[in-house]
Design a protein around this ligand. Structure first.
Ligand code: SF4
Length: 386
């Protein structure tokens, strides 16, 4: 086993990363992550939700109050309330913000489960995710399973636990994901986690880049294994380039090659974005990145003093000319009136979204008819033009 200090790095929240890529534990020691404004907002929302459950109050009671240096507004209150309602509807003895110990499987492994509901049969482990960037599912979710293992370890001598239900409530993405796992399968996962942890703590852990494990890795911008992975991915399967040589064949990329790029475009984009952000950080710290410099971005003009500007404009143009009136958006109205407002229900509708590309397995149905319609119109227009 390697450095004992690394043990603390085998967190439940980082399990997708360290179970996926054993070398990430050592790499993250070299490139630790700093806390983001989003993470701090999430901490505030968790603290609010916890307080609601402890004090038997709804989240709107706390609007205007300070939680972890964030003032609770209507938006945060409504989102936190969705999680609170979900937890309140479950059966069992509620344990909130429970520290769970899974060190039996993962050295030094512990975490804090947002809510655990204990009873014979099925115990629930519920996790609030306040992020809205990446949808998280509970199916085979290592974080939830490690919390589940900790809960099982601690409570299996009190309750007859047959299975665990892991739930992720992600209110800002309108997403609730529930998944059940038998204790037998959970314990088998524990063995897997144990092996992964052992590998991660060796002196020479292997790299294993991939979209999931790299996404939140502290080393994602500078990791050579991730760079190699993306560069290889970019050329793999490219007949046009590899078989015929670049610029020798008078032909565009094949549809298969376009599909290959599309399948991997998120990986390329995330990789490129993390490198760009890292390079900007280097330049801001005064380091040299050959061929690059910091410049001022585009900005828009602003009134130096709004009151003074308004006075002059009204004098010159009168009030009607100086001001515009704009109806608030449905989202702004919802914030003011609440989700179930009769005004919203009567006057609000959701137009069909513009056609957008998605992978075949996407839950939304394909818009075959619209595409055909569009094709017919184009043909008509073409005929007309001819
Ligand atoms: S960036 Fe990816 S491959 Fe590199 S250490 Fe992190 S998880 Fe592993």
């Amino acid at each position: 086993m390697g450095d004992p200090a690394a043990h603390a790095k085998l967190s439940a929240s980082g399990a997708v990363r360290w179970m996926g890529c054993p070398a990430s534990v050592r790499m993250e020691e070299l490139y630790p992550r700093s806390s983001s404004a989003y993470a701090e907002e999430g901490t505030a929302a968790h603290s609010l939700a916890e307080t609601c459950l402890r004090e038997y109050k709804d989240a709107d009671y706390y609007i205007g109050q300070d939680f972890e240096q964030h003032i609770v507004d209507l938006e945060m209150a409504e989102y936190a309330q969705e999680y609170v309602n979900y937890v309140r509807a479950l059966d069992g003895f509620l344990d909130i913000e429970r520290r769970v110990d899974f060190s039996k499987w993962v050295p030094g492994g512990f975490g804090t489960a947002d809510a655990i509901l204990l009873k014979d049969g099925t115990i629930d482990v519920v996790d609030l995710k306040y992020g809205k960037g990446v949808q998280v599912d509970s199916d085979n979710n290592p974080q939830g399973m490690l919390y589940g293992l900790g809960a099982y370890h601690e409570f299996s001598h009190i309750y007859e636990i047959e299975q665990l239900r892991l739930t992720i409530v992600q209110p800002r993405m309108d997403h609730i994901s529930e998944w059940e796992i038998s204790t037998e399968d959970l314990l088998a996962f524990g063995e897997e986690a144990s092996k992964a942890a052992e590998l991660a703590l060796t002196d020479d852990p292997p790299f294993n880049p991939g979209p999931k494990q790299c996404l939140f890795c502290g080393a994602k911008a500078v990791c050579p294994a991730r760079a190699e992975y993306n560069l290889e991915l970019a050329v793999e399967g490219f007949e046009t380039v590899t078989n015929h040589g670049p610029l020798k064949k008078i032909a565009g990329l094949t549809n298969d090659e376009i599909a290959h790029i599309l399948h991997n475009v998120d990986s390329f984009r995330n990789w490129a974005n993390s490198i760009e952000a890292y390079a900007q950080d280097l330049l801001e710290r005064g380091e040299i990145v050959e061929g690059f410099k910091l410049v001022r971005g585009r900005s828009i003009r602003k009134w130096r003093d709004e009151v003074a500007a308004a006075k002059s404009l009204v004098n010159k143009l009168n009030k009607k000319g100086a001001y515009t009136e704009k109806l608030i958006s449905p989202t702004q109205a919802e914030k003011l009136l609440g989700k179930n407002s009769a005004i919203l229900q009567k006057h609000c509708y959701k137009p069909e979204g513009k056609p957008t590309i998605a992978v075949e397995g996407d839950k939304r149905p394909a818009i075959v008819d619209d595409a055909t319609e569009g094709f017919e119109v184009s043909e008509e227009l073409e005929n007309e033009a001819a």
